[in-house]
Unconditional design. Structure first.
Length: 195
């Protein structure tokens, strides 16, 4: 009888695993290359969303897929705006940085529940998946789309109102513009050595 090695069993499985590993490494390499380019990443994501909406508009269908994508993007956005450790929970056993709640407390940077890169990556992946769903007719469930639009707008307003109240109550802003800049209040003159 022939063994698996003679038939090429383990070697073929090894080639398959190596191929998957190479694809995964190439994917990760491209993600690493895109990481510092925030504006171009978001422009790409917005272009994908615009292409998706154009497809939905031109085909006049897939409103349920569009609604699901909108709800998912709203949940991602709320996680992006929310601090990693929510001060509303008030749990004493949580270790790690917290938001300052008083003026005399030490400044701590805002740490998001969902980091910006993961937010972009999830938006991009979900838009691509939604685009793929528009190529299958069984996802095109007939529905009166203005009701979905009104429900989404209502849900968006309620959710954002709650999030803004949370930001005001715990006095934090989820957006920063670079590192804090410190100014020297003393008049320091430069000493120039004379020869």
């Amino acid at each position: 009888m022939m063994q698996d090695e003679d038939l090429g069993g383990p070697a073929r499985r090894n080639i398959f695993i190596q191929t998957i590993s190479k694809i995964s490494q190439a994917h990760q390499r491209y993600l690493d290359l895109w990481t510092p380019h925030v504006i171009s990443r978001w422009l790409f994501a917005l272009l994908l969303v615009a292409i998706f909406f154009l497809r939905v508009f031109l085909t006049q269908g897939w409103y349920i897929v569009t609604y699901a994508l909108g709800i998912y993007h709203l949940n991602l956005f709320i996680a992006f705006l929310t601090p990693k450790i929510d001060p509303a929970m008030d749990l004493d056993d949580i270790e790690g940085p917290e938001l300052p709640t008083r003026a005399n407390e030490e400044f701590r940077p805002f740490i998001r529940r969902l980091p910006e890169f993961k937010f972009w990556y999830s938006v991009t992946k979900s838009t691509i998946v939604a685009m793929i769903c528009t190529f299958f007719d069984f996802f095109n469930i007939p529905v009166f789309w203005p009701i979905l639009v009104m429900y989404f707008i209502t849900l968006f307003c309620i959710t954002m109102k709650r999030q803004i109240k949370h930001m005001i109550k715990y006095r934090y802003l989820p957006f920063t513009h670079g590192k804090p800049k410190y100014q020297n209040h003393e008049n320091t003159s430069r000493l120039i050595p004379t020869n």
